[in-house]
Design a protein around this ligand. Sequence first.
Ligand SMILES: CCCCC/C=C\C/C=C\C=C\[C@@H](C/C=C\CCCC(=O)O)OO
Ligand SMILES: [Fe+2]
Length: 699
Amino acid sequence: MSSLAVKVVAGREHRSSWNLEVPRPATRGRCGPEISLVQKYKVRCASELGEILLLRLHKERFAFFCKDPWYCSRICVTTPDGSVVHFPCYQWIDGYCTVELRPGTARTICQDALPLLLDHRKRELQARQECYRWKIYAPGFPRMVDVSSFEEMESDKKFALTKTAPCADQDDNSGNRYLPGFPMKVDIPSLLHMEPNIRYSATKTASLIFNALPASLGMKIRGLLDRKGSWKRLDDIRNIFWCHKTFTSEYVTEHWCEDSFFGYQYLNGVNPIMLHCLSSLPSKLPVTNDMVAPLLGPGTCLQTELERGHIFLADYWILAEAPVHCLNGRQQYVTAPLCLLWLNPQGVLLPLAIQLSQIPGPESPIFLPTDCELDWLLAKTWVRNSEFLVHENNTHFLCTHLLCEAFSMATLRQLPLCHPVYKLLLPHTRYTLQVNTIARATLLNPDGLVDKVTSIGRRGLIYLMSTGLAHFTYTDFCLPDSLRARGVLTIPNYHYRDDGLKIWAAIERFVSEIVSYYYPNDACVQQDSELQAWVGEIFAQAFLGRESSGFPSRLCTPGELVKYLTAIIFNCSAQHAAVNSGQHDFGAWMPNAPSSMRQPPPQTKGNTTMESYLETLPEVNTTCSNLLLFWLVSQEPKDQRPLGTYPDEHFTEEAPRQSIAAFQKCLAQISKDIRARNESLALPYAYLDPPLIENSVSI
Ligand SMILES: CCCCC/C=C\C/C=C\C=C\[C@@H](C/C=C\CCCC(=O)O)OO
Ligand SMILES: [Fe+2]
């Protein structure tokens, strides 16, 4: 327990009496803002204070009680003339220290003139930069949070701001151990030292553990996590999760073999960003008209369909040189397929041809829907395995989790609490540093889950993500630009695109209202040195300063700022929901998303049997460990905050608060429309229904 003292720093000195409402120290054990208590203080001053510039909270030891972290939401001050001033805080106060708060009115650095306030901004950022330090995890990776610095903070060590952090590969791995009941090693030390302001709340942690433990122990007891060898029958896979079936997972189990469902997943599955429209075939995929004529039917040909813009390609080139790994002591296999698809006159997307390598030739036959059933199924399953690798590592982990971590870090390090962009973005960074730290400690660590279930292992993951980042562009990052560049604006029943564009537009409208309020002209953007440092830090640390990425290193106009902020908020919320929430739905039927392949890709046709198919799919323990992860990450643990909900009132002015209300109204209408559309669908698409989208990447 500790005591709290409040000090008011004001502009002028006069006689007055002030009422302060301060959140009372709640309870031990970081239970977050869930318990809300308010303490009222009357502060009598010998003189009138005038405008309050800063409010200082001192947290001190109380008698002999031990140190307790407190969560302070905000302080409300009623002035002698009856007006109320809010001082947003929304932070854990750990240890005995002083926190200085400014009134809630957002201010850019250009709007501050008083040296006291300019100095306060500077000191606030210095302290944050000391606390949140960048770490190089692997060459070519976006930089991430260095959790070891929190350990140092707690032991009150002093350190230089320029301290360089080690790479993950040089870390001491002695704390990386097996935990009873779990199929992989866990890097325990890195989980123990999170700074309280970025740590999961007790509710969220408990919810994650309650989701994980019964599922993991259930599989352990049934021997599934330890059973090596092939599945004996495909049907046995149905029984892994007898109690975790969803409407979609059942639908997938029924329809996974169908070509139309294979095509559907490119539009509305967990990786809806792969298709590019072709105007001509690439030379590395020598599909002829004769090959596809039986499927195209009379009255058309491949060339005509190319000219109509009805031919699409999913190219897994990035896997061509991925390192390959061993699972259960056996060599695994990876390939880099090319999958050609056709949008038929009924508006259904169908696979036309699959080549399982980037190099054409007699050893890489082009598989066709007219081939025998098992050959065609095996070729499609190889593509689904490639989808798994590209989706999990790049679309999901790199492009949402890791990039959003870098946005979160830059926001914490470069923008003070009173900055309008800090107020706008902070809710969209909630728990991202924590979930990524958990992922690094359980999935990406040596002998972690990625090493236990994927054919490329941790080394392959590092290769894929660094190669992915080296090719990632600002166009890919901005949904409308990406859809246009990929030529997929007119494909029917592309619900990810339709819902995503509506949400993008709603975010854009909201952001442009906020931006126009605080940045009325180009000069305001250009002269905001904190904003420019923030963009520059993202460019340098997330995109490694690569000019060809097209990401800005500087922003010049309010329009550029609106686009950039819209893209960040969209990717932290909607994009993560689109590529995260369906992992169990689409992956629980393992043959639809195998994490590894145990036989080389076929070099001839006509040899596939059900036995060889089962010998190619992952073993029982590999399958079950992976499905355990899918189950866990497909549901947001409790303590959720859906898109557009801002219970922490960082903005206190009327204009931004009205913009928030309008944003919420717009999202509610989008939700209504999505739900109405879904009524008529055999397989509803709900991943982008706003109430089901989390504000931030937090699982
Ligand atoms: C089997 C027990 C695992 C416990 C892990 C608990 C929570 C997971 C924490 C974070 C997950 C984050 C992301 C991970 C996504 C992709 C990683 C790559 C996976 C792969 O290649 O297999 O999910 O939301
Ligand atoms: Fe995720």
